[in-house]
Ligand binder design. Structure first.
Ligand code: ADP
Length: 640
């Protein structure tokens, strides 16, 4: 082979960053390199088996497997697979860049943690850096690989400095061989027992055989030295797909390792469900509840879903057809006995089989969440803050699961410190309370001091605070819980309907109304361009005014959101309510007869104040400030 056929390539910047971390960190779990490399080999075997379904010429001549062999004489550890392999451009792309987006996120985390302390070093211990973890133990790695559908083989080689080389090579069979030139102090990884133990600990979930080369042990012929015989390979794992085993035979650690393999998540999952369905359809499933939300949970372009196998053969990742959107954070694998191996997305989309599987996936996912909710409220609160808003989408879009989801959802509340369920709310309802009251807005603090809640609070009624963007839609779809209607405290028709007014009270109310009539008209005239309606309120006690949403209207914070996204909404005009019992309103009634001009300015001020109270921005903050200054100046006794 000529020198000229060797090409040298620089690593992309992010690879150099990863390599720098790997090589220089005082990393305490260097042994995880084996898990990462065996995991890659297993993926390559899966890919080959899958591609061979439609292209039989890609099938391997012998059984698909991973082989590990140590060569103490040369200080090398070799990990070999007869999987899909790589061609030259794939080699350059796959082992010269960092494709996995999570890695970039991880790097920035490590960088931040490093600034603060030495936590970065611990972080890397939890995270899989994939192929590059080979450099935890090796100072040079050679990758000899041949793609299953090509004749040419290539050797990739690098010492993890700035660059790597690619040159033509020989390889009899398709697949990939990694030769790790171990660092002097990492020679322990040549030991047979160490390797056995590591495979058992980290890679036992792998469904393909993992074989270890062992010195041939001549049977019964003690006089014959073992070295004289070529080494033989011995299978050292169970080599059955983890999800096909009986749950009683699978340890927590094996579930966690499998989860890592599946997701690259560096946190262990919060729970799992392992099940087999044996009815008119046969399938096995293993689902996991992740601990933290992926960064792209709300990215509509992000891929979510379950890994699909058909009769053990890996078919596709991120199979969204098996998972409703509101559970898009669930991870796991489904292995169907009945779907065709060459199943396409189109087939999946209207397959009855898929609907049956999806139903089970939803059922098990919800039961995992229910279990977690029943276990530890602190852990669940954290989980809820990551995923609650997504689960609530189910209230809106998945009517068949609505009741079950309604029992899971949590909200903040005006009377409780932490989160509450709807069931707990109902149990606390006052005797004559007819509805579950809620308020939607951007924050708990804002809602808690909202004027809309005054009458409710005065009666000792609890109000749920709904601060997620999805809440106004979700709660409207839900409509009721245990026969109690859900009613917005901001609703136009809020009718507490629980007070029997005496004759006297009725008379006072009628009188107040009559008195206030001219002022209501004045408000209407001054705010004609801003509000759709002005009327007297029953929901206010301490505040003079508030803005309410007309029937069928949209909560103001959602309206702002939709406008910001340019969703082509005409701004809606809301209803301004006046508190006829408030001294300020009563004074304005009198003032209106004497000096209508000054009243107009007060009205503008009150309107702006109502906007501020609900967290809405002012149209003209400068004008507001000016009016307020004028008012304060005169109130302080100074002459303007
Ligand atoms: P990840 O496995 O998360 O994608 P890695 O850095 O471990 O990241 O590997 C990068 C890519 O290199 C893999 O996605 C795969 O395409 C390829 N690769 C790694 N190991 C092998 C292998 N043994 N056989 C075939 N391709 C491999």
């Amino acid at each position: 082979m000529s020198e000229a056929s060797t090409t040298t390539h620089s690593f992309k910047a992010e690879v150099s960053q990863v390599l720098h971390l790997v090589v220089n960190s005082l990393y305490s779990h260097k042994e995880v390199f084996l898990r990462e490399l065996v995991s890659n080999a297993s993926d390559a075997l899966d890919k080959r088996r899958f591609e061979a379904v439609t292209h039989p010429e890609l099938a391997a001549a012998s059984e698909l497997k991973v082989q590990i062999s140590a060569d103490p004489a040369h200080g090398t550890l070799t990990i070999s697979d007869n999987g899909i392999g790589m061609n030259a451009s794939e080699l350059e792309q796959n082992l010269g860049t960092v494709a996995r987006s999570g890695t970039r996120e991880f790097l920035s985390k490590v960088a931040k943690a490093r600034e603060a302390s030495d936590q970065g070093l611990q972080l890397i211990g939890q995270f899989g850096v994939g192929f590059y973890s080979a450099y935890l133990v090796a100072d040079r790695v050679d990758v000899i690989t041949r793609r299953a559908d090509e004749e040419a083989a290539f050797r990739w080689s690098s010492d993890a400095q700035e660059s790597f080389t690619i040159e033509p090579a020989e390889r009899a069979e398709a697949g990939t061989t990694l030769v790790l030139h171990l660092k002097e102090e990492q020679k322990e990884f040549l030991g047979e027992h160490r390797l056995r133990e590591l495979v058992r600990r980290y890679s036992d979930y792998i469904g393909h055989p993992i074989e270890l080369s062992v010195p041939a042990r001549a049977k019964g012929k003690d006089e014959e030295p073992a070295e004289a015989l070529p080494p033989t390979f011995e299978r050292i794992n169970q080599a059955s797909a983890l999800w096909q085993r009986s749950p009683s035979e699978v340890t927590e650690e094996q579930y966690t390792e499998f989860y890592r393999h599946l997701t690259h998540d560096f946190e262990p999952p919060l729970g799992h469900r392992h099940f087999k369905v044996e009815g008119t359809q046969l399938f096995a499933g293993l689902l996991f509840l992740p601990k933290r939300a992926p960064f792209d949970l709300y990215d509509p372009a992000a891929k979510h879903g379950i890994r699909l196998h058909v009769r053990r053969v890996f078919v596709m990742d991120d199979c969204a057809e098996l998972l409703p959107n509101f559970l898009r954070f669930i991870r796991g694998v489904i292995d169907s006995e009945d779907l065709p191996l060459n199943v396409s997305r189109e087939i999946l989309q209207d397959s009855k089989l898929v609907r049956v599987i999806k139903k089970q996936v939803v059922n098990h996912s919800l039961s995992m969440i229910e279990d977690l909710a029943g276990k530890d409220s602190t852990v669940f609160a954290k989980f809820w803050s990551d995923f609650g808003a997504v689960i609530k989408e189910g209230l809106h879009f998945e009517s068949e699961h609505r009741e079950r989801i309604a029992k899971i959802v949590r909200y903040e509340s005006s009377t409780q410190a932490g989160l509450t369920t709807l069931g707990e709310y109902v149990a606390r309802m006052k005797d004559n309370q007819k509805a579950i009251y809620y308020a939607t807005g951007t924050s708990r603090a804002l809602l808690d001091s909202s004027p809309h809640l005054e009458a409710l609070k005065k009666r000792g009624y609890e109000v749920l605070f709904m601060t997620d963007g999805v809440d106004p839609f979700a709660v409207t779809s839900l409509g009721e819980f245990e026969g109690k209607p859900l009613v917005s405290a901001m609703d136009e028709n809020l009718d507490l309907g629980d007070e029997e007014l005496s004759e006297e009270q009725r008379a006072t109310e009628a009188e107040q109304k009559k008195q206030a009539e001219p002022l209501v008209e004045r408000f209407k005239a001054v705010l004609a361009s801003k509000v759709g309606e002005v009327r007297l309120s029953t929901r206010l006690t301490d505040s003079p005014v508030c803005l309410v949403v007309p029937d069928g209207g949209i909560a103001p914070h959602i309206e702002r959101l939709m406008m910001a996204r340019q969703m082509g909404m005409p701004p809606q005009k809301r209803i301004l309510e006046l508190n006829p019992g408030h001294p300020l309103i009563q004074n304005l009634e009198r003032q209106d007869h004497v000096d209508p001009g000054s009243v107009a300015s007060w009205i503008e001020l009150l309107y702006d104040q109502a906007l501020i109270a609900e967290g809405s921005p002012l149209e003209n903050p400068a004008a507001f400030a000016q009016r307020l200054t004028t008012l304060l100046t005169s109130a302080s006794g100074a002459s303007v």
